[in-house]
Design a binder for this molecule. Structure first.
Ligand code: SAM
Length: 226
């Protein structure tokens, strides 16, 4: 599909919070972007992911996270992520892949690595498959229930779903941090005003090591190990 300019309206951005203010779910007409089957009628579009080392046009839709532009936090995470030569050994997993900007960028950068995209929203997961196929990228996209027990990531790269609520977010992170291979790392982007610091403190309370590698444009990039 030709590059269609991304616009910044009608964005189903992440309006939740990890802090003490509770979670402000999206109860608007379009339902939650993390619904397994979004209510929103389909309105296909595309966005451009432009980074110094790659340019991907990606298909998007209504009812998926940040469908009208690549989320600035996602872009910052991809800018800050070290090069593949510095990634720990093992599969790379994008937890909450959406339409696939992180997973597809990882596959471009590291074509020899096994890249997994895990996404609960079926429309987003389909888009992720379409986007990987369109760019001939080897991305294995699955629903959370279809993740094989044997999958042990060396690297997790994620813009996590803050809006699912604190309890569900903590469970998700516990699950995936528990799967990490020894020496593995998780790189996360979290908006500061959605509770990045309280999430970091919670992770530290689990005895995970949290390095705040970058703080920019209202986002924190966190490198988490255990
Ligand atoms: C903040 S969005 C990031 C999407 C995409 N990675 C991006 O950067 O544009 C988080 C994603 O996590 C998904 N999600 C929510 N709960 C999930 C779960 N338990 N397992 C996998 N994905 C989940 C949501 O549907 C959403 O697409």
């Amino acid at each position: 599909m030709p590059g269609v300019s991304a616009t910044d309206h009608g964005d189903q951005g992440d309006h939740g919070a990890h802090g003490d203010h509770g979670d402000h779910g999206d109860h608007g007409d379009h339902g939650h972007y993390f619904s397994s089957v979004p209510d929103a009628s389909s309105a296909p579009a595309s966005v451009d992911l432009v980074l110094p080392d790659l340019h991907l046009t990606l298909r998007t839709d209504r009812g998926v996270f940040s469908g009208t532009r690549v989320d600035p936090g996602t872009k910052l995470l991809l800018l800050e992520l070290p090069p593949p030569s510095e990634w720990p050994e093992g599969p790379v997993v994008d937890v909450g892949a959406g339409y696939g900007p992180i997973a597809c960028a990882a596959a471009v950068r590291a074509p020899d690595r096994r890249i997994w995209a895990v996404e609960v929203n079926a429309r987003a997961a389909d888009l992720c498959r379409v986007n990987a196929a369109a760019h001939e990228l080897d991305v294995h996209t699955v629903a959370p229930d279809d993740v094989p027990d044997s999958l042990r990531p060396g690297l997790i790269v994620s813009n996590p779903p803050i809006r699912v609520g604190k309890a569900a977010l903590h469970e998700l992170l516990e699950t995936w941090m528990g799967r990490l291979l020894p020496g593995g790392e998780a790189w996360l982007v979290v908006q500061r005003n959605l509770g990045a610091d309280s999430l970091a403190s919670w992770m530290e309370s689990r005895s995970w090591q949290v390095a705040r590698t970058r703080s920019r444009q209202g986002y924190r990039i966190l490198r988490v190990t255990h």
